[in-house]
Design a protein around this ligand. Structure first.
Ligand code: SF4
Length: 494
């Protein structure tokens, strides 16, 4: 009979080849407990693994073991495996091959482009920008193309997708996102997680709560369908906006099933393109979403390997601050700043907020306060249900913290309260004022913006895109008082 297939917890869909094979699934105590993961992230992973085992029935062996090596020894037959998604795990399975516990390592699945083809595309390019990669992907895959031209004549309609939230509306008032129904397997997972927490085997962060995300192929397809038919038409315009009363807005929540390996990114963009071609979705929404999937998602995956193991330690601005406990453990109630409190509460309660609160609230705060980029990257990986080792270095160290000397982004994503005020409805109900930088009502994001700019002014002096903000800093009235005020504020919750 063919060699059994070992599936990791992010390799659970049909594009990980299990045809006619026995399948090994492992719950490794070490993998679950070695970092403070979000409680709901652990739940999703375990629930997905157990559901997959139940689906496969007799063909599946599900082992609960101290670690993967022990599980393979117990299983007693060599296995084939698709290359895992982290450098460490990749090295590890190759060691297991040397020990004859693994027979063959197949290429990674769940991404549209192989690492070799990416290397070939990079060639001797000095910079690897997202725009060029995305265009290459569209052309290569023939997605949203008219012959050799992009549909509609432009590669990106991003400019149409930056609208603030609708004025005065507490929500976008859209059809609700797909929600799964929990079952006995979820109940079992919950009991195990409670017990392991009591026994000190795991130390999760965040709250438990009803499961928001798919864990089976069937659920993942239902979530995809629901999004494309009912919510995608509204995705584009307010993609970058935030509403306190509508944390999901028109976002898809599909990063979770894609990163669990339940959905293939190509089937996701095919469904989106079909909806566009059938006239059910505007191009700005279809293109904006396709760009996230075959553009951004694949780009950060490839960069994880391309930039190499030292990338996550890049620290261009010399930021060495630890993550304060209130931030790391999601103590939203300790925070008065309404935007930051609400976003931390979202992560605490769901392990998920969309990309703008991640970038412009959490990442912006960390950049302003000088948190160490590698520690922040680890935290994002653990606290978010879609966070994996490969996801966060480019997103956090590169894009959000600008700690890679500009390899990914041409300027830091540093902003004051005015940006948050324009793009959200947070400031109206806040004890602070976004326009004030001094005194009791000084917005900590606004004051923090100037303090951070001052701290990084040396590093940013040669950056053409930062010339204007640096000039503004030099002519800012009362700058010394702002700096003193922010030094006094220290690392406590704002
Ligand atoms: Fe956030 Fe400042 Fe607005 Fe308050 S005033 S919600 S702290 S940006």
């Amino acid at each position: 009979s063919p060699t059994p297939r070992w599936l990791f917890g992010d390799q659970l869909g049909p594009h990980f080849d299990t045809r006619g094979r026995d399948v090994l699934l492992v719950e490794s105590v070490h993998a679950l407990g070695h970092k403070p993961f979000h409680r709901q992230k652990l739940h999703l992973t375990l629930s997905a693994i157990r559901h997959r085992a139940a689906e496969l029935g007799d063909r599946a062996t599900l082992l609960h073991a101290a670690n993967y090596r022990e599980a393979l020894r117990e299983f007693g037959r060599p296995v084939d495996v698709h290359a895992p998604t982290s450098r460490q795990a990749d090295r590890f399975v190759r060691t297991l091959a040397d020990e004859s516990l693994v027979d063959r390592v197949d290429p990674a699945a769940g991404f549209s482009l192989s690492r070799n083809d990416f290397r070939e595309w990079v060639g001797d390019r000095r910079t690897v920008r997202m725009e060029a990669f995305y265009r290459f992907q569209r052309e290569r895959l023939g997605i949203l193309m008219d012959g050799d031209r992009p549909v509609g004549g432009r590669w990106s309609l991003d400019e149409e997708n930056r609208e603030p939230p609708p004025k005065g509306a507490p929500t976008l008032d859209l059809p609700a996102p797909y929600r799964p129904r929990e079952d006995d397997i979820d109940e079992g997972v919950r009991e195990d997680l409670d017990r392991w927490t009591r026994d000190g085997i795991i130390d999760p962060i965040g709250n438990d709560g009803p499961r928001w995300f798919p864990v089976t192929r069937r659920e993942a397809l239902a979530a995809l369908h629901r999004f494309v038919e009912h919510r995608l038409p509204h995705f584009g315009p307010h993609e970058d906006a935030m509403l306190a009363g509508d944390p999901v807005m028109a976002h898809s929540l599909l990063s979770v099933p894609m990163n669990l390996g339940l959905l293939d990114p190509l089937e996701v963009v095919a469904a989106v393109e079909d909806a566009y071609r059938a006239g059910r979705v505007e191009l700005a929404s279809a293109e904006g979403f396709v760009r996230q999937v075959i553009g951004w998602r694949e780009y950060v995956w490839q960069l994880y390997w391309h930039f190499g193991p030292d990338y996550r330690h890049r620290n261009e601005h010399g930021a060495t601050g630890p993550l304060p406990r209130w931030f790391a453990r999601l103590d939203a109630d300790a925070v008065q700043a309404r935007c930051l409190s609400d976003v931390l509460a979202g992560v605490r309660d769901h392990g998920w907020v969309h990309h703008i609160p991640r970038l412009m609230v959490l990442g912006n705060w960390a950049l302003q306060r000088g948190f160490r980029p590698s520690a922040l990257s680890d935290w994002f990986r653990c606290a978010f249900v879609d966070g994996y080792e490969w996801v966060m270095p480019a997103n956090v160290v590169g894009m959000s913290q600008h700690a890679d000397g500009g390899a990914m982004a041409t300027k830091p994503y540093l902003s004051g309260g005015a940006y948050i005020h324009r793009m959200s409805d947070y400031c109206g109900g806040c004890v602070y004022r976004p326009s004030e930088r001094l005194g009791e009502k000084a917005c900590p994001f606004t004051a923090g913006y100037w303090a951070a700019l001052d701290r990084m002014s040396g590093d940013l002096a040669g950056n053409a895109r930062m010339r204007r903000p640096l000039q503004n800093l030099r002519s800012l009235a009362g700058v010394e008082q702002v700096l003193a005020q922010e030094r006094d504020r220290g690392a406590g919750p704002p």
